[in-house]
Design a protein around this ligand. Structure first.
Ligand SMILES: [Zn+2]
Length: 263
């Protein structure tokens, strides 16, 4: 059942008594892995976003000292992926459903005595939902710290992205492009079909509006790409993916330890 999460860090493997007897439950950290089941172009499987969350969390947890109480809840494969529903295979929850699932998971965790929860997400279509849920929970329970994190949003990773990716890819390679494809080559190489990879950059001609950024367009994927890819996966490599993974694990480890020791 635990997949890529180390079994000793897989929360559902505990008994209720072990949870009840866990010393300093209020200091412990629980992680909810989040992603999506959605199209990722011709060359990547639907599992990419939840696969990346689970693999990065699993490898990060494996580096922690044994006396640190940090556990992963079971990964939630579904997310809000309505922007990809024009492509078969995409399975999406609504904004309301995802919001309620996260609120109810978090409130269960709170009732069990935990006070730190990380909503750890790798799907670009839902950070806003996590941020609102985290803020509402903090407002309701002043001693509950819920962190809305996005796997790719890390300062050390930004520096590496500028080294590994072209300027254009850094700007608009947001879906199934070089970075995501490279990381999947490091995680699940048998499910990456590089011979099917196609570069698809959106043709946009606006002075102020952009895909992401200060003045975002309210796009759905079909507006930007016929293949489902938004970026250039043809330059992806396993070596780049291993470097991205190593940077992610090293930086996320420090973030987890900071939350464990300092919050
Ligand atoms: Zn993705």
């Amino acid at each position: 059942m635990h997949g890529w999460i180390p079994p000793d860090r897989f929360f559902p493997y505990l008994t209720w008594e072990q949870v009840a007897q866990m010393p300093q439950r209020s200091k412990a950290v629980l992680i909810q892995p989040l992603g999506s089941i959605e199209q990722h172009g011709y060359h990547l499987p639907l599992v990419v976003d939840i696969g990346i969350s689970t693999a990065v969390i699993g490898r990060t947890l494996a580096t922690l000292p044994p006396d640190v109480s940090i556990y992963s809840l079971p990964p939630l494969p579904y997310g809000k992926a309505t922007e990809h529903l024009d492509f078969p295979g995409t399975v999406s929850l609504s904004t309301q459903t995802l919001t309620n699932v996260l609120l109810e998971v978090a409130e269960s965790v709170y009732r069990s005595g935990f006070r730190k929860l990380i909503l750890w997400n790798s799907h670009g279509g839902q950070p806003q939902i996590l941020e609102l849920v985290a803020r509402d929970l903090r407002d309701k329970y002043r001693d509950f710290w819920v962190f809305p994190f996005f796997t790719w949003r890390l300062p050390p990773l930004r520096a590496l992205a500028h080294e590994l990716l072209t300027e254009k890819e850094n700007l608009v390679g947001i879906h199934a492009g070089d970075a995501e494809t490279s990381l999947m080559l490091a995680i699940l190489p048998d499910r990456v079909y590089l011979d099917r990879a196609q570069c698809s950059y959106p043709q946009l001609n606006y002075q102020y509006l952009s895909i992401e950024g200060d003045l975002p367009l309210p796009w759905v994927t079909k507006d930007l790409s016929e293949t489902g890819t938004i970026g250039d996966p043809t330059t992806a490599s396993r070596e780049k993916g291993e470097r991205i993974m190593a940077t992610l694990v090293e930086a996320w480890r420090e973030v987890l330890l900071e939350i464990y020791h300092k919050i």
